[in-house]
Design a protein around this ligand. Structure first.
Ligand SMILES: [Zn+2]
Length: 302
């Protein structure tokens, strides 16, 4: 695996960091696991429940992927954020307990992994409250983070999240560091580039994904983005699905990637709620770039 060589790039473009991270760290890293499980199929069509091979592939995530990944995270001594649909939490309550017992954060991810764009505001709020009740009951504390199923929110979603006291949303893709929505809700943006679905998902019928990629290529893809985000002071948000990244070779890919990130040093591995807390307490940490959103004249050049 070829890593970019920091020594070769003395003349490389090195802008000032986008964000000032705690304790002098160069960048933040949020490891996210979206435990979609059976809802991957059921949200598409409830009749797929009788398709045993398909459903067993979905169940692999909560049943095999999550325990393996919890073991890996414990081995690496790193925190993570698990976004769990309410339906999955209800059907795998001991998995939820195990995630919480290991010290990881649990955030909301719909009830049945609904496409929010198919819902009106009242429907979306009802699903939010139902999921919130389930996860609060099963985890023993009130979740503060939300990741939209399918990575898509509605215009009113930030208002709903703020109304129900969420600290952050991790669903948009408008930056490479956290930003505030107009109502003060923190957004921790992700990117399709840093998602395992595009790299590894495949199912014959219904047709999902493409030809599963080689781990070496994916390591290179993610490492290069990480290394550059490290240089630029960004927030590396990696979004993973236990039925995909929990496969043996891919768990080792994750171990290799995170191991290389630790070796690079200066990485603040944090749960979503910690990133949101830090940003709320330290809003000046963020360095604006968008010429048309600048509210002051004191911002440096990009
Ligand atoms: Zn999902």
């Amino acid at each position: 695996m070829k890593l970019s060589d920091p020594e070769k790039s003395v003349n490389r473009f090195r802008p000032p960091p986008r964000f000032i991270w705690p304790a002098g760290q160069h960048c933040a890293a949020m490891l996210c696991f979206d435990v979609d499980g059976e809802t991957t199929a059921l949200s598409e069509d409830a009749a797929l429940a009788r398709r045993r091979t398909l459903m067993s592939q979905c169940e692999y995530g909560p049943r095999i992927g999550v325990p393996r990944l919890l073991g890996l995270l414990a081995h690496l001594e790193l925190p993570a954020t698990f976004f769990v649909p309410g339906y999955i939490a209800e059907h795998h309550p001991r998995m939820v307990e195990a995630i919480v017992a290991a010290g990881h954060e649990i955030g909301l991810h719909g009830y049945l992994h609904e496409k929010l764009t198919t819902l009106n505001e009242a429907e979306e709020e009802a699903i939010l409250l139902r999921s919130l009740e389930i996860l609060t009951r099963l985890t023993g504390s009130r979740p503060v983070g939300f990741r939209a199923p399918w990575f898509e929110i509605n215009p009113w979603t930030p208002a709903l999240l703020a109304k129900h006291n969420f600290a952050y949303c991790a669903s948009e893709m408008g930056d490479d560091v956290p930003y505030f929505h107009d109502n003060g809700l923190v957004e921790i943006p992700g990117q399709w580039l840093l998602e395992d679905w595009e790299q590894f998902a495949f199912n014959a019928d219904p047709a999902w994904g493409f030809v599963p990629e080689n781990c070496e290529k994916v390591f290179d893809l993610w490492w290069r983005e990480f290394a550059a985000m490290h240089d630029y002071g960004c927030c590396f948000v990696l979004t993973l699905h236990p039925w995909l990244i929990g496969r043996p070779s891919r768990a080792q890919l994750l171990e290799d990637l995170v191991g290389a990130m630790c070796e690079r040093g200066g990485v603040w591995f944090a749960r979503g709620r910690e990133i949101a807390d830090y940003f709320k307490k330290t809003p000046e940490a963020r360095r604006e770039m968008d010429f048309d959103s600048l509210k002051t004249s004191s911002v440096a050049k990009p």
